[in-house]
Design a protein around this ligand. Structure first.
Ligand SMILES: NC(=O)c1ccc[n+]([C@@H]2O[C@H](COP(=O)([O-])OP(=O)(O)OC[C@H]3O[C@@H](n4cnc5c(N)ncnc54)[C@H](OP(=O)(O)O)[C@@H]3O)[C@@H](O)[C@H]2O)c1
Length: 380
């Protein structure tokens, strides 16, 4: 089973705090944003919070709208998303609202924590994972055993920090509230430590939207994986390459392909698509590389995302894209789809690249999206 799509969701004050130091929960956003969160919850298979949030906020984590709950039931889903918490200690109050509202609950814990939770009579499925709680094991269990495809993570700071630092978050939905906390000991959204891509690594802004008196910002990670290891950002960049493929002027004699070149710190260096700027034969990777200085030092650690594997042979220009990529010094390519025999028999751009030590990663879950603008060439 694929790993769940992980969406981190939180509201922060203007000075970056999740809460103040007082007892109970600080309400950072208003009714319009609570309704937006309700909608995101309704679209999730599971909602996860850390034990710290469970202890401090004592939340219910429900879908409040009857219409949204009815829509879930009509779609064959449980009325409420699965509620999930993680606790190494197992020190959780069995009377907390979390256990007594909504639908099914699961708590991931250590072997020690499981003893404590079982003795306390916690009303949930208690899943011990050994002496500690590796997040990939939690996600694998949620995906494989609980069938979770979309996981919404609602804090707190220690949980959000670990997801981001371990490269496990697919999206961040952050609300900025017009409020200053000003207490240095208050919990922050993200803590210190190493984030993927090193210091000052970037995320990519997808959307900003006012919601009442707060602003919603949606980010996706942008730092490519390394070698054969796939990061969440790899999926987003390949998705963008597929979107560019859909923008190509149509052709009966060539594929529609999109490409993006991304530096190791997550900066987009260039993008291109087939037949860009009126050039009837230009390929996507070729168009993207043409926008860069060949001496750009970032190319040697960059990743090329191409909706179709780079071509190995072509009649229209002397150098195929696999050759252009090698000449540019790029060492990593991520693609959705191996080239079929439609125009060139046994084209093997992947073979050309890997023979020279380039890592080529194929993400087949994007194949249909990459093929969509080429259906007429594939007899569809
Ligand atoms: N503004 C917002 O949108 C928002 C949203 C959520 C929360 N918050 C605020 O955030 C604060 C709580 O954040 P927090 O950072 O203190 O706590 P947290 O992240 O909610 O939970 C931390 C706890 O989760 C468990 N945990 C986390 N990672 C673990 C791991 N890898 N292995 C085992 N256990 C793990 C541990 O529980 P044990 O100690 O039981 O072992 C740990 O103490 C509260 O003040 C709350 O109001 C704000």
């Amino acid at each position: 089973m694929p790993q769940p799509y992980v969406l981190l969701s939180a509201a922060v004050s203007l000075d970056g705090y999740l809460d103040d130091t007082g007892p109970g929960r600080l309400l950072l956003s208003g009714p319009a944003d609570f309704d937006r969160v309700d909608e995101v919850r309704a679209g999730s298979d599971a909602i996860l919070i850390g034990a710290g949030t469970l202890r401090t906020d004592n939340p219910r984590l429900l879908v409040n709208s009857p219409e949204r709950r009815a829509a879930r039931l009509a779609a064959g889903l449980p009325e409420y998303p699965l509620k999930v918490t993680v606790s190494a200690s197992g020190d959780l109050d069995p009377e907390a609202r979390f256990w007594h509202t909504g639908g099914e609950k699961v708590v991931y814990t250590t072997d020690e924590g499981a003893k404590r939770l079982t003795e306390a009579g916690i009303a949930a499925d208690v899943v011990p994972l050994g002496s500690d709680l590796p997040w990939p094991a939690v996600l694998a269990h949620l995906g494989d055993v609980r069938g979770v495809r979309r996981l919404m993570v609602e804090g707190g700071g220690r949980v959000h920090t670990q997801f981001l630092q371990q490269g496990l978050a697919d999206e961040l939905q952050l609300v900025l509230a017009p409020l200053l906390v000003g207490e240095p000991d208050a919990p922050r959204m993200f803590g210190a430590g190493a984030y993927p891509g090193g210091p000052r690594s970037r995320m990519r802004l997808l959307e900003t939207r006012p919601v009442g008196d707060v602003v919603l910002m949606r980010y996706v990670p942008s730092v490519p994986g390394t070698g054969p290891a796939v990061s969440a950002a790899d999926r987003h960049w390949l998705d963008l390459a597929c979107a560019l493929a859909a923008e190509c002027p149509p052709s009966e004699t060539a594929f529609s392909v999109g490409a993006v070149i991304v530096a190791a710190d997550g900066t987009e260096l260039a993008r291109g698509h087939s037949r860009q700027a009126g050039d009837p034969v230009v390929h996507a990777e070729e168009a993207a590389l043409a926008g860069l200085d060949p001496a750009d030092p970032r190319l040697s650690s960059a990743t090329v995302y191409s909706s179709l594997e780079p071509c190995a042979r072509r009649a229209s220009r002397p150098a195929p894209c696999a050759r252009l990529i090698l000449d540019a010094g790029v060492r990593r390519v991520v693609t959705a789809w191996r080239e079929p025999d439609t125009f060139v028999e046994a084209a093997d751009g992947t073979g050309v690249l890997t023979a020279k030590g380039v890592d080529v990663v194929v993400l087949p879950e994007y194949e249909e999206r990459a093929k969509a603008p080429n259906g007429h060439l594939l007899g569809r």
